[in-house]
Ligand binder design. Structure first.
Ligand code: ADP
Length: 330
């Protein structure tokens, strides 16, 4: 966490970056409205770092934040910029911000976006506070990220539907959910949806164990099963699992890859409230002269966590939930 003279801030820039997540609009709205409430000017940076590099800045008013709270995606657009990994690109971004009179930033995104923000702060003293927005819930330092709850609920609704057809046809289904390096979505959906097995990076379930599990269920008279797989680095992993299960056991599994449907749609109440709290907390931190940190929730309380303590650390699914899922489906 760094300190800076808060009275130097007259204009705040807000941007969304990396993968979009439902609730990002609610975070933009909250950060903007709290800043405006305190008499600050607000600019939107269109498209994340690419927009910072091309100088695409738009004024934000109370009115322009109307009717966006319930909308998925991000009205500011989001993007990725390989260029931003280069110091000269970050120098250009800092110059563009200065020229536009933007004194401080609220960055809504994930780990990658925060890494870029941190460098911009270290190299050019731009005060920045991060707001964790990603469906994966994989940002260390906060219990929840914006978009995670919506993604879990969308996946759960799909799984409930799949269970109807699985039960009617006595079928085995493997449902692939999002989750790059972590199994937060997979485990929550697995527990809430009553899955028989959950495959995700922190859970070392083998194909043999899954087959034993299915056989145990069949011996009890169970005719359909649902297995959940986190996509991992390479989407389509569920097909490899289905093939491995077929080869070893002869069981034919149907595969359903939920993919990007989990990222769209109207945010849940929980995500809207989280986004509203964290957007406001980011602006409050800047007004206290705090930066180089993220606004998160810990044990239900809003906190600020220095980027130094949060970035590069792996947040993992709690053992208690993993063990519960195992026992409930035994
Ligand atoms: P997320 O924020 O969802 O984790 P990414 O990892 O794709 O998304 O990062 C979004 C953008 O942040 C990248 O396209 C890049 O412009 C910037 N970025 C990511 N990592 C770094 C880094 N180490 N240094 C500078 N910029 C970075």
């Amino acid at each position: 966490m760094s300190k800076f003279p808060a009275d130097q801030i007259k204009t705040i820039g807000i941007y969304t970056s990396g993968g979009d997540a439902p609730g990002m609009n609610a975070a933009i709205r909250s950060a903007a409205r709290i800043a405006l409430y305190h008499g600050l000017d607000v600019r939107g940076i269109v498209g994340g770092y690419p927009g910072m590099l091309s100088g695409e800045f738009v004024p934000i008013t109370q009115g322009s934040m109307g009717n966006i709270l319930q909308r998925g995606g991000t009205i500011l657009k989001t993007g990725r910029s390989p260029e931003f990994h280069q110091a000269d690109a970050r120098a250009k971004a800092a110059a563009n911000l200065r020229a536009a009179g933007i004194d401080a930033l609220v960055c809504i995104g994930g780990d990658g976006s925060f890494a870029g923000a941190r460098l911009l702060h270290q190299e050019h003293r731009v005060p920045i506070v991060g707001v964790p927005g990603t469906i994966d819930n994989d940002v260390f330092g906060t219990d929840f990220t914006i978009g995670f709850d919506t993604a879990v609920n969308i996946a759960l609704e799909a799984i409930d539907r799949i269970r109807d057809t699985a039960a009617s046809h006595d079928r085995l289904f493997i449902v692939e959910v999002m989750g790059r390096d972590s199994g937060f979505i997979a485990v929550d959906v697995g527990v809430a949806g009553g899955a028989e097995e959950i495959f995700f990076p922190e859970n070392a379930v083998t194909v043999d164990e899954a087959i034993d599990h299915i056989r145990r269920g069949m011996a009890r008279g169970k005719k359909s099963s649902i297995l959940i797989a986190a996509e991992g680095r390479k989407p389509g992993r569920a097909y490899d699992l289905a093939e491995a299960i077929r080869k070893k056991s002869g069981f034919e599994a149907k595969v359903c890859i939920l993919g990007h449907v989990q990222r769209g749609g109207s945010p849940t109440a929980a995500d809207r409230i989280l986004a509203s709290r964290l957007g406001a907390a980011a602006v409050d931190a800047l007004r206290r002269g705090e930066c180089d940190c993220l606004a998160g929730v810990k044990g239900g309380q809003v906190v600020t966590v220095p980027f130094e303590q949060a970035l590069g650390k792996k947040k993992t699914v709690g053992r208690e939930l993993i063990e519960l899922a195992r026992m409930l489906s035994y």
